[in-house]
Design a protein around this ligand. Structure first.
Ligand code: SAM
Length: 242
């Protein structure tokens, strides 16, 4: 018998995400927008068990269900202002992908590159290598499921106010930022990651229309990245280790 009056359900953290996003600002608003955002899903406790993952390696993409742990304590409201509507118009929380939800649960599809383990004195740790993340570093995962194309991909779906993918902003690097990058290992990968992240124009919606000399900064992949927007182009001015 299923008790459909169930009102409180305890969820277990089955894994923790390692991602390049050290803070909420500048994380893309949906998965797949920044393919260069690679990360790991680190299995936890009883779920750090290869039996739980057997067969998953045959799937190119997986669904992650996770907790918006950084904003969960802030509660929710019935209506929210999605950034896609310029931060002014309100819609119902269930018509949105807002992080402020009655149950702070998120859902993202990511590319699965592989599954591997590492041995240490304390035992074997299992990891899923993924990309296209839109999750903060340290996000708790509560479920993983394979993405099933024939059922999950609906090519003629209507997407309301989010019918079009967000427009991309051109990104350039100043001579100073390029010189700083060149001295780093994985310079090319870092440049691609920064470019894809800033192309989303992470500025708050209210600041997107204004043109100013304001300098923005974000922690990304262990770096402090600074940029300005001029003539609708993001110009990276500094890339320094945090
Ligand atoms: N794809 C998911 C969904 O639809 O449920 C997430 C969409 S939500 C709009 C994506 C935003 O969640 C990111 O831009 C970031 O600001 C925020 N975010 C990501 N991880 C978070 C976390 N652990 N706690 C709070 N906010 C988080």
């Amino acid at each position: 018998r299923i008790d459909n009056r169930l009102s409180v359900l305890e969820l277990q953290t089955i894994a923790i995400v390692t991602s390049p996003y050290g803070e909420k600002f500048a994380i893309p608003r949906q998965p797949g927008l920044v393919p260069a955002a690679r990360g790991q899903i680190k299995m936890q406790g009883a779920f750090n068990n290869p039996d739980c993952l057997a067969g998953l390696e045959a799937f190119s993409h997986i669904w992650l269900q996770f907790i918006f742990h950084q904003t969960a304590a802030q509660g929710w409201k019935p209506k929210v202002r999605p950034p896609r509507l310029g931060g002014n118009a309100k819609i119902g929380v269930f018509a949105s992908r807002s992080t402020f939800r009655p149950n702070p649960i998120g859902l993202s599809v990511v590319r699965l590159h592989g599954i591997h383990s590492e041995r240490s004195a304390t035992g074997t740790q299992w990891f899923l290598e993924v990309s296209g993340l839109d999750l903060l570093d340290g996000t708790p995962i509560v479920d993983i499921k394979p993405y099933i194309a024939y059922s999950d991909a609906i090519v003629d779906a209507q997407s309301g106010y989010a019918a079009q993918a967000p427009t991309m902003m051109p990104v350039r690097f100043s001579a100073n930022a390029e010189a700083q990058l060149v001295s780093m290992t994985n310079a090319a990968e870092l440049q691609t990651l920064i470019t894809q992240v800033l192309a989303q124009d992470p500025r708050p919606a209210v600041q997107q229309c204004s043109s100013s000399a304001r300098v923005y900064g974000v922690r990304l992949a262990g770096l402090n990245v600074q940029w300005q927007v001029e003539d609708n182009t993001a110009i990276v001015t500094a890339v320094e280790h945090c």
